[in-house]
Design a protein around this ligand. Structure first.
Ligand SMILES: *Cc1c(COP(=O)(O)O)cnc(C)c1O
Ligand code: SF4
Length: 348
C-alpha cells in the first residue's frame, strides 16, 4: 500500500474542494460536513462525473441527512453487543472485529454513520488488544469478520499484525474481511497486499458494490488480484432508493459481479440508521426484485436478500412467498407463476 502521505492525495475531504470539483454550492456541503465526515476518492469522483446520480448520491453530502427524524444512531444495538470497544458479538460462532475507523469514501448511507470517520472511531492498539483477548477467551467464536471502517485503509504492516494475531488464536478457523476499497479506490489493492493476505488462509473477503457503473476495469483488476491469491470474494450490496432499487439495475450489477469473480452474498434491506431515511426502500420493493431474479437469473448471481433485525436480532432472509400451503401436500408456485404440488410425507 502507498504511504499514508501519498494516500491523502487520493481524496477530497473538504466541502470547498468537493463543491469546486462538482461545480455546486458549498454551503449545503458545509452544513452536512459539520455533523458527518466527508471523503470521496478522486477515482470515485471521476466515476460520478461519468455516470451521474446513482454514484453521486452515494458519495455527496445531502442536507436530507440532517432532517431525518425517524432513524436511530445505532439501529443494530452494536454498542450494547460489544464486550470490548471494537468487537461486536451477537451470534454464537462468529464476531465482528472493527479494526479501522477510516474508509476510502464515506458512503452517505453508512450503517455505522454514528462513528465511522469520526473522532469516536479512532481504534488504537489497546482496543485491538482487548478485542483479541476476548476472542482468545471465547473459543466458541470460530469465524471473525474484520471490518470497520475499512481494513484496507490501514497501513499494510498494521493489517498484517492483526491478521497474524488472529491466526495465533487456535479456536479461530476462518477470517473474513469486509472492504469497500475494491469499489471506491481499487488501486489500493496492490500485488503486495494480495501476497500478504494469501498467508492467512482460510480468508474470505466480502466487498461492497451497489451499482453496475462501479464495476470498472480497475475494480476488475483489484478483484482479480484477490481472487488469484485464492481468496473467495463475496459482495454485500445495499438496496438504495433511486440508486439501485429496480430489477434491471440489480440484474446488471449481479451479472457484472460474477464476471469479475465476485459471488453476490447479501442484498441488504437498508438499516434504520439516523441520517439515511431518504435512501430506504420498502421491503415490497426488495421482494419484487428478488422475484425478478430467482429462477430467471443464474443461481450463481442471486444473493440472499436480508434484513438486519433492529435491536441486534441478527440477519433474517427475506424471500418471496413461493409456498402457499405446507400440509400433507406442499402447494407452491414456480418462478414462472405456475401452480405446483409435492407430496409432503414419509414413505413406509
Ligand atoms: C452480519 C454480521 C455477522 C455475519 O453474519 P453472516 O450472516 O454470517 O454473514 C456477524 N456478526 C455481526 C455482528 C454481524 O452484523
Ligand atoms: S465503506 Fe462501508 S463502512 Fe465505510 S462509509 Fe462506506 S458503507 Fe460505511
Amino acid at each position: 500500500m502507498p504511504s499514508q502521505q501519498s494516500l491523502s492525495a487520493s481524496f477530497i475531504t473538504t466541502p470547498e474542494h468537493l463543491a469546486q470539483a462538482l461545480d455546486i454550492p458549498v454551503e449545503p456541503l458545509r452544513a452536512v460536513h459539520a455533523v458527518y465526515p466527508l471523503r470521496v476518492s478522486r477515482y470515485y469522483l471521476d466515476l460520478i462525473k461519468q455516470h451521474g446520480l446513482p454514484l453521486w448520491r452515494q458519495a455527496v453530502p445531502d442536507p436530507q441527512e440532517l432532517t431525518d427524524s425517524a432513524g436511530l444512531a445505532d439501529p443494530l444495538d452494536e454498542e450494547n453487543l460489544s464486550p470490548t470497544p471494537c468487537l461486536v458479538h451477537k451470534y454464537p460462532d462468529r464476531a465482528l472485529l472493527l479494526v479501522a475507523g477510516e474508509c476510502a469514501m464515506y458512503c452517505r448511507f453508512c450503517t455505522r454513520k454514528r462513528k465511522v470517520g469520526k473522532q469516536e472511531m479512532i481504534i488504537d492498539d489497546a482496543a485491538i488488544a482487548a478485542g483479541l483477548a476476548y476472542l482468545s477467551r471465547t473459543p466458541a467464536i470460530s469465524d471473525v469478520l474484520i471490518s470497520g471502517g475499512d481494513p484496507f485503509m490501514l497501513p499494510l504492516a498494521r493489517l498484517e499484525r492483526i491478521l497474524r494475531a488472529l491466526r495465533a488464536i487456535p479456536s479461530i478457523a476462518t477470517l473474513r474481511i469486509g472492504t469497500r476499497v475494491p469499489c471506491t479506490l481499487p488501486t489500493l489493492v496492490t500485488p503486495r497486499l494480495a501476497a500478504m493476505l494469501k498467508k492467512y488462509h482460510p480468508l474470505y473477503i466480502n466487498t461492497h458494490f451497489n451499482h453496475p457503473a462501479e464495476i470498472t476495469a480497475e475494480a476488475e483488476l483489484a478483484c482479480a488480484r484477490l481472487a488469484d491469491a485464492g481468496i473467495p470474494l463475496g459482495c454485500q450490496t445495499v438496496l438504495l432508493r433511486g440508486i439501485n432499487d429496480n430489477a434491471e439495475v440489480i440484474r446488471e450489477l449481479l451479472y457484472r459481479l460474477i464476471r469479475i469473480r465476485v459471488k453476490p452474498y447479501y442484498l441488504f434491506q437498508a438499516d434504520l440508521t439516523k441520517g439515511t431515511a431518504h435512501f430506504r426502500t420498502t421491503v415490497n420493493c426488495g421482494l419484487a426484485i428478488m422475484r425478478h431474479l430467482i429462477g430467471h437469473v443464474t443461481g450463481l448471481a442471486v444473493p440472499t436478500y436480508a434484513l438486519d433485525a433492529p435491536g441486534g436480532g441478527g440477519k433474517i432472509p427475506l424471500t418471496p412467498a413461493y409456498i402457499q400451503q405446507l400440509g400433507e401436500s406442499l402447494e407452491f408456485t414456480t418462478y414462472q407463476g405456475h401452480q405446483c404440488s409435492y407430496p409432503n410425507r414419509i414413505y413406509p
